[in-house]
Design a protein around this ligand. Structure first.
Ligand code: HEM
Length: 506
């Protein structure tokens, strides 16, 4: 038996070293490679010669394999599929994706965690990114949202500080509740997001089992130029399923890449995940009629006051064949908008409009939109040119004219696609917080909408982290916020952390 095995191994080794394919390996320059196993050396035992161009090229390519990971949302999984509109929304928007019932649009998605690195566990308590890129005939349209319908802050100027507090410490390289609760104790508007994040919604069972939201309101523009404010939500047809903190611990011990694995498996098994897309609409004349500011990203648009209308369904039916090219290199941006959709005044969104394209020029290079996964369906027509890795300089009939306006320019703008007009009266350029902050009503309503088990889990999850904070004043400030959201909520957190009423007397 032993001998049989040995001769099989010998035979296999023999076959391997002599195996031939009809494709000859080449260098990047297309030169045939004669030996990919042995470096060129001085004698049998070396040293190795610098003139071995193939070896040098191979090591140089390897040395540059990694690009910077995303500064946030580095860990993620992607897939492709299509969106089918189920309602004609052309009365409200020119956007071709939503213009006609039955209209199908190809798309790519990336789901992600936020804070930790590219190889981090998918069991972390974190919002989950929910980014969708529609490849439309009028260019690429991205809805770059999260699983939760709101966000921690309402102004982009706070984002880098918030992320610094949530990322591992620059000293210990460890995420530390002392740091992020120190930050959040100065940011009462985060109470709503923290309340949701510390329920079991903070650890989705898998990407298929989470809902999605645009978080921000956007403006829809119809053919007459009429504006409607909209907010999108994706509702999982697989149902919303989460992990308790105990289940997450057990999952992490078994396989901490489970979300990537199970999304891929469902698509391989043709068990295609689906989400329905809903839209909520507010007329501009009604935007001030709520007890909160609807373009404040810390606020949900309550479904009992603003109807959710189903406008289509997304199906994911294709796995990436190359993770780097289709997932790592995909570039989403809230600024990737098409005719019929424009940004709203939301102060958080306005900062994002700059940040994503900016980081992608750094992360992927200035010509990132020429990468296969980011290319629009129709070849772009403009005079932007050159720079690193440019493969996209457009060839015009008269290549000497790479400017416009000109008598001879091949390109002209089309005024029907001009951005919509907004008339502003009595405006003051200022730098101040919105007056209608209403930071505690919605977290209170959300807390009271939870059942007993969900409330118990929220208290356990929250005090698990807040309990690690050594500064009692930070704990007390946070308890104050939860108390203002809901008396019972605040009292339970206080009790769990060992405070009594007299601790709050002075
Ligand atoms: C001012 C606030 C924010 C800033 C400055 C910001 C910035 C960024 C940056 C720089 C990236 C990396 C992008 C890349 O490398 O391609 C990113 C990724 C992402 N952000 Fe934000 N972000 C903000 C708020 C938000 C909010 C409110 C949401 C959800 C509505 C969100 C959802 C995402 C998602 C889903 C990704 C990952 C996209 C992907 O899968 O490639 N971000 N963000």
């Amino acid at each position: 038996m032993k001998n049989k095995l040995a001769s099989f191994i010998m035979l296999s080794i023999g076959l391997l070293s002599f195996s031939q394919t009809d494709q000859t390996m080449t260098t990047n320059g297309g030169v045939p490679v004669g030996d990919n196993q042995n470096s060129k050396t001085v004698g049998e035992y070396g040293p190795v010669l610098l003139e071995d161009i193939h070896l040098v090229e191979k090591l140089a390519a390897f040395d540059r394999e990694r690009i910077p990971e995303r500064v946030v949302h580095p860990r993620g999984a992607g897939a492709s599929g299509y969106f089918e509109a189920t309602k004609d929304m052309s009365a409200y928007t020119k956007a071709v994706v939503f213009a006609k019932e039955g209209k199908k649009t190809d798309l790519a998605v990336r789901f992600s965690t936020v804070i930790h690195g590219k190889g981090s566990p998918e069991t972390a308590r974190d919002p989950r990114g929910f980014a969708v890129k529609f490849y439309t005939e009028q260019g690429n349209y991205d809805i770059v949202g999260n699983n939760l319908p709101i966000f921690f802050i309402r102004d982009a100027i706070k984002f880098p500080d918030m992320v610094h507090s949530l990322k591992p410490s620059p000293v210990t390289n460890k995420q530390d509740p002392n740091r992020f609760f120190d930050f959040f104790s100065h940011v009462p508007e985060a109470t709503h997001m923290l309340t949701r994040l510390y329920t079991d919604l903070g650890i989705p069972k898998g990407y298929q089992f989470m809902n999605g939201s645009s978080v921000h309101g956007y403006k829809w523009i119809n053919k007459e130029g009429k504006v409607t404010y909209v907010k999108y939500s994706w509702v999982s047809k697989q149902g919303e399923k989460n992990l308790t903190v105990e289940e997450a611990g057990a999952q992490q011990a078994k396989d901490w890449q489970h979300a990537t694995v199970s999304l891929r498996k469902d698509i391989d098994d043709k068990n295609y995940p689906q989400w329905d897309l809903y839209v909520q609409m507010i007329k501009p004349e009604d935007i001030h009629s709520f007890d909160f500011w609807p373009l404040d990203a810390t606020k949900d648009w309550p479904a009992d006051k603003i109807e959710k209308i189903k406008i289509g369904t997304m199906t994911l039916n294709e796995n990436p064949v190359n993770y780097f090219e289709q997932v790592e290199s995909i570039a989403f941006s809230p600024g990737a908008l098409i005719p019929g959709v424009e940004p709203s005044e939301d102060k958080l969104l306005q900062g994002r409009l700059f940040s994503y394209f900016d980081t992608q020029r750094h992360r992927l290079g200035p010509n990132f939109l020429q990468l296969e996964i980011n290319k629009p369906l129709e070849e772009p027509n403009n005079y932007n040119s050159d720079s690193w890795n440019s493969a996209g300089n457009k060839r015009f009939e008269n290549p000497d004219v790479n400017y416009q306006p000109s008598e001879k320019a091949a390109l002209a703008e089309d005024h029907q696609f001009k951005q919509s007009e907004t008339t502003l009266t009595d405006v003051t350029i200022t730098q101040k917080k919105i007056s209608k902050t209403n930071d505690f009503a919605q977290p209170g309503e959300f807390y009271r909408s939870l059942n007993k088990q969900q409330q118990d889990n929220l208290i356990k999850n929250l005090t698990g982290d807040l309990g690690q904070v050594t500064d009692k004043n930070i704990q007390k400030t946070m308890i104050g916020y939860f108390y203002r959201a809901d008396r019972d909520f605040g009292m339970r957190v206080a009790k769990e952390l060992g405070f009594s009423q007299k601790d709050f007397m002075n």
